[in-house]
Design a protein around this ligand. Structure first.
Ligand SMILES: *Cc1c(COP(=O)(O)O)cnc(C)c1O
Length: 403
């Protein structure tokens, strides 16, 4: 027998499966309601339209759509993204570049490789997005965290964190944030905090990464603009994706930001995969240009609003005193703060016995903490599963509070 382990790189030796993936294995056993995942509802995929577009794209643009294409992206797609963004209030300036990526996940990875050295610091919400932690951690970067409340990042605390970091001479490169329909917290940052965040980026000379998969499908109106649109000094690297508005299986996202930074991301990308799949770019470009996405958005909003409502109602009905949660206006998740005495990992063991799973919140805290928090997904389970799942979960909470 070959001892493969001696061939592994130190990176492969260190790599660990994420908690969420381990959890999903339990769900496969059946009978277990999962509030743990982060999948869109498959009913949100406009299947017929995608089938029609895919076939037409191959017929009409086959020569290009099936061919190698530029690392930066197919111009047809980049132009569609520019128009789609502007139509949806994301300002693209003349000094911006746009790059097509294999999902936002790759955009994050490219930002990490282009900007971060070991020992650099990234400032982010606590809790924060797991995909970002995975993409940035491999650079050896470290994290400074800013607490949230029901409205998202506490920018007053951000100011404290930045001031302290300056006095300790820490090298901060960027602020990473999901300002609208946060994953995992479900919060949306109000305008005054958005302005404050950008002022601080200016004062402390930082770049800002705005991860925005959800603003197009927010199902309640809020008077907020993307940081990218508010940015007057070219500090924001904006990224989005077709994953939540069309289909995640296309693996297609984009980043819009200062051209010099996008050019560095392009250089990094070249060695990874040459380019983003041409076929996905052509399909998405057509879906954007023909208004298929815009026409479909109201359906997605309605679907998720009903599920969000079901989850909030069930929480209200079943959860004991001392628990509180966010009221997301979009996205896929509700964030729950449990009574301080409850450890959500221990709660999970009890919950599994009762046939429901969720993600313990501490997974989203890069520097520890959040032991009494949890993330609940409402996009994938049915309304009935949401009600029953929350009921089982609340029962487990009650038992732990009582114990
Ligand atoms: C779902 C999600 C994404 C999407 O990532 P893709 O790689 O484009 O599928 C990005 N960021 C956040 C915060 C998300 O919740």
């Amino acid at each position: 027998m070959v001892d493969y382990s001696k061939f592994y790189s130190s990176y492969a030796r260190e790599a660990r499966a994420s908690d969420i993936r381990e959890l999903l294995k339990v769900v496969e056993k059946g009978g277990v309601i999962s509030l743990a995942g982060g999948l869109p509802d498959p009913r949100s995929f406009p299947r017929d339209e995608i089938a029609r577009i895919a076939s037409e794209v191959v017929e009409r643009y086959g020569e290009k759509a099936l061919q190698y294409s530029p690392t930066r992206g197919v111009s047809h797609f980049l132009e569609a993204v520019r128009k789609f963004s502007e139509r949806h209030g994301v300002a693209v300036s003349d000094s911006d570049g746009i790059i097509a990526t294999v999902g936002s996940q790759q955009a994050l990875y490219l930002v990490g490789q282009a900007l971060l050295d070991p020992g650099d610091y990234v400032v982010t919400e606590e809790p924060t997005y797991l995909g970002m932690l995975q993409a940035f951690r491999v650079t050896g970067a470290r994290f400074l965290t800013v607490p949230i409340d029901e409205e998202g990042m506490r920018t007053d605390k951000l100011e404290e964190v930045l001031r302290r970091a300056r006095s300790e001479r820490l090298r901060i490169k960027l602020i990473y944030t999901v300002p609208t329909c946060h994953n995992p917290a479900g919060t949306t940052l109000p305008m005054d905090r958005r302005r404050h965040l950008l002022e601080l980026a200016e004062e402390y000379d930082l770049l800002v990464v705005e991860d925005d998969p959800y603003s197009f499908i927010a199902f309640e109106e809020r008077d907020v603009k993307p940081l990218k649109t508010l940015d007057k000094s070219g500090r924001v690297i904006y990224m989005s994706t077709v994953s939540k508005i069309l289909a995640p299986g296309l693996r297609l996202g984009w980043a819009i930001g200062p051209e010099p930074v996008i050019a560095k991301m392009e250089l990094v990308k070249q060695s990874i995969d040459l380019h983003t799949p041409s076929l996905s770019q052509f399909i998405a470009a057509e879906a954007m240009n023909r208004g298929v996405i815009d026409k479909h958005i109201p359906f997605i909003k309605k679907l998720y609003r009903e599920k969000r409502d079901a989850m909030l109602e069930a929480l209200e009905e079943y959860m004991p005193e001392g628990a509180r949660w966010t009221r997301p206006i979009g996205g896929l998740f509700v964030w729950v703060w449990l009574p301080e005495s409850i450890n959500s990992r221990r709660l999970l063991e009890k919950a599994v016995e009762k046939g429901v799973v969720f993600v313990p919140g501490d997974a989203f805290y890069p520097n520890g903490g959040g032991e009494n928090t949890m993330r609940l997904n409402f996009s994938y389970p049915s309304v009935e599963e949401i009600r029953e799942g929350v009921r089982r979960l609340a029962e487990a909470v009650r038992e732990m509070v009582g114990a």
